[in-house]
Ligand binder design. Structure first.
Ligand code: FES
Length: 332
């Protein structure tokens, strides 16, 4: 184990094994570092190496620019120490989730087919998990040991019963060869988390939630948390999918909108008619709101959907610091 010291927006020293990433070591010790994908693809976890030797796979310049790499920046989620190490974090202050990263065991509860190629899987944990609405867990695929990432759809209050929304990925090691093949109620599951800083921070502004596909999961957690804080909260949820058969949780959201007058639920179908709107969620929002000044947005889904939605929010005058996004790409 090597001592790794961080300075900057956090100051601490933690022990990190040489087979452990810097990010994993800090989060396990309750020291927050900015992080999102934990896969070396988003660049959120960049830190500057100021002393020590480290090992890391090559990083694409689209994730960490050549200038940054020349100045000693590395990705904390990909970098392992080979000696005592010092790093600096200069991330702007964010509402940091302070939940300790842990390995957990759980047991599969209900598995429900909810839409074309989409299941909702419940996992009962042996002990409660502290997390913020919007965060995700990694699930270990039993036959190969790789991890896959799924956001919690349940609010933090139901901390021993996690709900995940999982869409089949063609030839996916986790989906085709495990979850959709032979996962059964009662099976043991190994999990690691919570991860990510796509998190709900208590606020009073109206919420705009834009989901693409199973990007709905963390937004369900966020909406339930926001309504637990204030049942009259103004929340506009737009769920975008291709076809009606890809929609899910329709009854849940319809019921939520009926029970809470501040909640609106709009289904957008991009490739067929039906739902409430034809087209993309970003276009529907642009049609519905002349101004989004004073709103807070959470967007989760495929990168193109998230990027288009962010543009609409900015064009409609939402403050950039109130726009929270999580792009996900399906891992095979
Ligand atoms: Fe490290 Fe995304 S690149 S968290």
């Amino acid at each position: 184990e090597h001592p790794v010291q961080v300075s900057g927006s956090a100051t601490a020293t933690v022990g990190c094994r040489d087979d452990q990433t810097l990010l994993d070591a800090f989060l396990r010790n309750g020291v927050y570092l900015p992080n999102s994908c934990n896969q070396g693809t988003c660049g959120t976890c960049k830190v500057r190496l100021t002393a020590g030797d480290v090992a890391a796979p090559p990083v694409s310049e689209t994730v960490l620019g050549a200038d940054d790499q020349a100045r000693g920046y590395v990705l904390a989620c990909q970098t392992r120490p080979c000696s005592p190490t010092q790093i600096e974090v200069d991330a702007p202050e964010v509402a940091a989730p302070q939940h300790v990263l842990r390995d957990l065991q759980g047991r599969v509860g209900e598995i429900r087919s909810v839409a074309d190629d989409t299941v909702a899987v419940h996992v009962e944990l042996d002990e409660p998990l502290d997390f913020s609405a919007g965060q995700y867990m990694e699930l270990r695929i039993p036959h190969c040991g790789e991890m896959r990432q799924y956001s919690m759809a349940n609010p933090p209050a139901s901390s021993t019963r996690l709900e995940f929304h999982i869409r089949r990925v063609p030839s996916g090691a986790a989906t085709d060869r495990w979850i959709f093949a032979d996962l059964t109620a009662g099976d043991e599951v190994a999990l690691r988390g919570p991860w990510g800083d796509f998190t709900y921070a208590e606020c009073t502004s109206p919420l705009l939630l834009l989901a693409g596909g199973t990007g709905l999961a963390p937004l369900k957690s966020i909406a339930l948390q926001a309504l637990a804080d204030n049942p009259d909260r103004e929340i506009h949820l737009y769920h975008g999918v291709r076809h009606e058969s890809d929609l899910y949780d329709v009854e849940f959201w319809t019921e939520l909108a009926r029970a809470h007058p501040g909640v609106s639920y709009i289904r957008c179908l991009s490739r067929s008619d039906g739902g409430d709107r034809h087209g993309y969620v970003g276009d529907a929002v642009a049609e519905d709101f002349a101004s989004l000044r004073g709103f807070t947005a959470y967007l989760c889904g495929p990168p193109a959907m998230v990027d288009a939605g962010v543009k609409v929010c900015k064009r409609r005058r939402m403050s950039a610091r109130n726009i929270h996004r999580e792009r996900f790409t399906a891992a095979v």
